[in-house]
Design a protein around this ligand. Structure first.
Ligand code: C5P
Length: 221
């Protein structure tokens, strides 16, 4: 019996990451922050001087295959041993992630990397295509939604709390551009899986959202 997976997909800054981490902690499950992999890929490309263009997509895919990517137990992210935890969290890194994520060659290079996170007693994966492409047989798929304004405000607070600078109007515009690209791309667009359960994270607290996922999970047992 393969390890069970809980998929949490949704748009930028919907609270997926926080909710996924808390659910994983509660259940003692492993965690896959799949967005980090696309962020790392974008960063690796720009550090290698590769422009994010369709012509460079095969080279970017080869580059990410050649890199050692490590998630440490204390939530640091290493690229060939270099701590890039903060560098991948900027808005620019998010935008570059969504630009490399359009290329099927890049998605293909990251496919097995993501599936390798699966282990007993289980995995919580958050991203855009966890339930539709990476773990289509997952027993629980959650599609997280929240209004764009609400998400922009959340991202604003997140950036400020990390000591990074932020501007509300720019954030909202960036987020809408990123949503549009993620939803309208041909390869693994952001959309709810047919069997996904919807969770609206606009008004409730993070704890309530976590509790809802845990309740759904118990009902699956
Ligand atoms: O979730 P996060 O904001 O870190 O994701 C960054 C970008 O990576 C997204 O905007 C999306 O384009 C891409 N992504 C993806 N598939 C995933 C996770 C993230 O295409 N499973």
């Amino acid at each position: 019996q393969p390890a069970p997976v809980i998929c949490i997909d949704g748009p930028t800054a919907s609270g997926k990451g926080t909710i996924a981490a808390l659910v994983a902690e509660k259940l003692g499950f492993a965690l896959l922050d799949s967005g980090a992999l696309y962020r790392i890929t974008g960063l690796a490309a720009s550090r290698a001087g590769l422009d994010i263009t369709e012509a460079n997509a095969p080279a970017i895919a080869d580059l990410v295959r050649s890199k050692a990517i490590t998630f440490t137990p204390n939530h640091r992210v290493l690229l060939d041993g270099d701590d890039i935890s903060l560098a991948i969290r900027t808005e620019e890194a998010g935008m570059n992630a969504s630009r490399v994520a359009v290329f099927p060659a890049v998605r293909e290079a990251l496919l097995q990397v993501q599936r390798d996170f699966r282990r007993l007693p289980g995995l919580v994966g958050d991203g855009r295509d966890m339930g539709t492409v990476i773990f289509p047989e997952a027993p629980l798929k959650v599609y997280l939604t929240a209004s764009a304004e609400c998400r922009a405000e959340r991202r604003y607070k997140q950036l400020i709390s990390k000591g990074l600078s932020a501007n509300m109007a720019d954030l909202l515009a960036d987020l809408q551009a990123r949503d549009a690209r993620d939803m309208h791309r041909a390869a693994a667009p952001l959309k709810p899986a047919e069997d996904a359960l919807y969770l609206d994270n606009s008004s409730g607290t993070i704890d309530e959202a976590v509790q809802q996922v845990l309740t759904w999970w118990e009902q699956r047992q």
